[in-house]
Ligand binder design. Structure first.
Ligand code: AMP
Length: 284
């Protein structure tokens, strides 16, 4: 496993790999790795000759009051984890290497579709977040070059925004969205789960329980609006704040009023000070 910190060096090394006919899979992460990340690495290993994982806590996607400073950075553990997972390259640039002239002005493609996708759900409460994500992913993809890109379904909106972004920019990148990996009891794995106290961890379980309960009810064609309100009330008994809880069209991320073939239920909740997101997809 090669650890590379310099963007140009990585660009060069991957260009050479491709010249030798090797296919490249890319898994962008912010580190503090867990089985969810590992599932993306496994998929990339299966489908490509070379797998590269980036670890970069991107400051441009955090708001001023968010948890950039306290975001976990267990670097040595992460590197051991990736070595064991047989990753070929780890890209771990500094903030200065990624943004040499200060923080780049985030991308805002007014004519593209992704800004519309970025408006609701998390985008409503994290202004500028998806512009920061789109900017860093574009930079990362320019560094890695042509690759298959592995993303987790856990970040529903992020996957939708990035999938649209690579289409809008006419790239040849193939996006692969992999299923959410959960703890045995249902809690979606997240780097932020480590912040939960024992009591918060127990209360956080309500999120997946209620999402899966709602999925069953929606499949029985009960009223979308009534079920949504009931689920929110139920969730409020366990979590400290429901930031949003929406039943949306998974393609457009616009809330649905009536049943349709494909729906997604997405939520963001605070348990203590920790913000957790989760979602389920429903195919009627
Ligand atoms: P992060 O390090 O949180 O930025 O996540 C890096 C990638 O891992 C993103 O594509 C996430 O969607 C994905 N990911 C995070 N948690 C999970 C999970 N529990 N299951 C599957 N993928 C995940």
């Amino acid at each position: 496993m090669k650890l590379v910190r310099d963007p140009e060096k990585l660009q060069r090394m991957l260009r050479e790999e491709r010249a030798r006919g090797k296919s490249v899979g890319f898994v962008p992460t912010m580190g503090a790795l867990h089985e969810g990340h590992l599932s993306l690495v496994r998929a990339s290993n299966r489908e490509n000759d070379i797998t590269i994982v980036s670890i970069f806590v991107n400051p441009t996607q955090f708001g001023p009051k968010e948890d950039l400073a306290r975001y976990p950075r267990p670097t040595r553990r992460d590197l051991d984890f990736l070595r064991a997972a047989k990753v070929d390259f780890v890209f771990m640039p500094s903030v200065e290497a990624m943004y040499p002239k200060g923080l780049a002005e985030p991308l805002k493609l007014k004519n593209a579709k992704w800004p519309r996708l970025a408006k609701g759900l998390c985008g409503k409460f994290r202004p500028g977040h998806f512009c920061g994500v789109a900017t860093v992913v574009t930079k990362l993809l320019n560094i890695t070059g042509l690759c298959r890109l592995y993303l987790g379904a856990k970040d529903l909106q992020q996957a939708a925004v990035i999938s649209q972004l690579v289409r809008d920019l006419d790239t040849d990148i193939q996006v692969r969205v992999m299923p959410t990996v959960r703890e045995k009891d249902g809690l979606a794995m997240s780097s932020r789960n480590r912040f939960l106290s024992t009591d918060e961890r127990r209360r956080a379980l309500a999120i997946s329980r209620i999402l899966f309960g709602l999925k069953r009810e929606l499949l029985r064609k009960r009223s979308v609006a009534t079920l949504r309100l009931r689920a929110i009330q139920e969730l409020k008994k366990s979590v400290d704040r429901v930031q949003y809880f929406e039943i949306v069209d998974p393609g457009t991320l616009v809330p649905v009023k009536k049943h349709q073939k494909k729906m997604a239920v997405a939520t963001a909740c605070f348990v203590g000070k920790t913000r957790l997101i989760d979602n389920v997809i429903i195919r009627a």
